[in-house]
Design a protein around this ligand. Structure first.
Ligand code: URA
Length: 433
């Protein structure tokens, strides 16, 4: 089989067979197909798309490129959750203990941040001692005993995705619906949870810019999940404004703890409860109204906080952070910036907030680059709020005055104001079942 012919076929909208797709993925993973040929094929996919059958075959070929976990040995249904990435998105850290406190089991492998979006694993690593690289046996044991365990993506799972994603990042071929679907779903299927909840984001801080595009991606991912025999649902959610009040690793852990303690509530809490309810529905714990009530009770009773503390301790971290936030890394410099004008906040461009945090060292621009766990931003005012010139708007946390000043200038550009009240974006656009 000539790889040249496969590139030509995709370019000319001639569907590839399952065998041809497996040949491409296997050949590239083993290093037999050179980067330039795979790049050409990926670009053909970006421009011409793939059929649903081709996308499904690509997902399975990527899943089968490495090890697949067998979670059935736990003897209980398990639920995984995936977000397509957002600014300040710490929902995994809220839903995992909430669902565990309701008797569910959440085995979760998460990624590190790259570019302007943060990674759950980086956030957890800001807790002193927290270990994200656990052996599989410990991962299974902690999931069984506590109900949730979050570790970093194992290198043995989906090596094809690792290689293909790296190439996509270099060749402007990331934002393609079939490629994103195959990348995410191959990892979800290899992890082996019986149910999968997807949080597909749209807006200027997300891969999908419009809700319509996000629905297309969600439909495809849910259908690939069903074909592979998984219970699967997706929520289409807004990413036009940062999620929650904090962006940055330790700052987001502190926010999670304040929410679990019942000291804060907002859009992020509402979204987390909605996601938790859907995960509990997938696990067969009841209908959506009952499951939402269960999730709310787990949060307000403090049982979710207990689960979070238990998970931190089981993964080697200092669980005392749940009682004393000063044990988390703190930035040396904190710069509070005030509103330059009066009015209603019409928009806070989340991508700009992400980029400002990246500049502070809260994220990484290269794989494996070191990050500053204490850096980030705390927003004091949100979309829809009325501000008077001089009111505190946000506080920048960083390692130097210069870094904080730069970030502050960028952040100020992310805000726009209006004379009239603007309704904050609706959090959940649609549920795809
Ligand atoms: N997240 C992934 O894991 N893969 C993609 O292609 C995009 C987002």
């Amino acid at each position: 089989m000539q790889i040249y012919d496969l590139i030509q076929k995709t370019r000319r909208l001639v569907p590839l067979s399952e065998t041809e797709i497996y040949t491409l993925v296997e050949g590239f993973t083993k290093g037999e197909i050179p980067d330039y040929m795979m790049s050409a094929w990926l670009m053909a996919v970006c421009c011409q798309g793939l059929t649903a059958e081709e996308t499904s075959a690509l997902t399975m070929a990527m899943r089968d490129s490495g090890e697949c976990l067998d979670l059935s040995t736990l003897g209980v249904p398990t639920v995984d959750k995936h977000s397509t990435g957002g600014i300040g998105d710490k929902t995994t850290l809220l839903v995992a203990p909430i669902v565990a406190a309701c008797g569910g089991h959440v085995p979760k492998m998460s990624g590190r941040g790259l570019g302007f979006t943060g990674g759950t694993v980086d956030k957890l690593e800001s807790i002193p001692g927290f270990c994200v690289d656990l052996p599989q046996a410990d991962f299974m044991r902690i999931t069984e005993e506590i109900g949730c365990c979050i570790i970093s993506q194992s290198g043995e799972l989906t090596p094809a995705d690792k290689k293909i994603y790296a190439l996509r990042n270099l060749t402007a071929t990331v934002d393609s619906i079939p490629l994103i679907c195959a990348s995410i779903m191959s990892k979800k299927l290899a992890l082996g949870a019986s149910c999968v909840l997807l949080d597909v984001k749209y807006g200027h801080g997300a891969f999908m810019k419009t809700p319509e595009e996000a629905v297309l991606l969600a439909d495809l991912m849910v259908s690939v999940g069903h074909q592979a025999g998984r219970e699967c649902r997706a929520l289409i959610t807004d990413m036009n404004a940062p999620l929650g009040s904090c962006v940055g690793n330790a700052l987001e852990i502190a926010e999670v703890i304040r929410i679990l303690r019942g000291e804060e509530r907002g859009r992020i809490t509402e979204l987390s409860l909605a996601l938790s309810a859907q995960m509990l529905v997938l696990l067969g714990k009841g209908d959506v109204v009952e499951c939402r009530k269960m999730a709310e009770e787990a949060l307000t009773s403090g049982r979710a906080l207990e689960k979070f503390a238990a998970m931190i301790a089981a993964q080697g971290g200092n669980a005392a952070v749940t009682e004393d936030l000063s044990l988390l890394p703190q930035a040396e410099v904190q710069l509070t910036v005030r509103a330059p004008e009066s009015g209603f906040i019409r928009e806070i461009q989340s991508e700009e907030v992400g980029l400002a945090c990246l500049g502070l060292g809260a994220g990484r621009t290269a794989d494996r680059a070191k990050i500053d766990p204490g850096a980030g931003v705390v927003l004091s005012r949100f979309v829809g709020d009325e501000v008077t010139k001089g009111d505190p708007l946000f506080t920048v946390h960083g390692s130097s005055e210069a870094l904080c000043e730069n970030a502050a200038q960028r952040l100020l550009q992310a805000y726009s104001y209006s004379e009239e009240y603007t309704e904050p974006p609706q959090m959940i656009y649609k549920i795809v079942e």
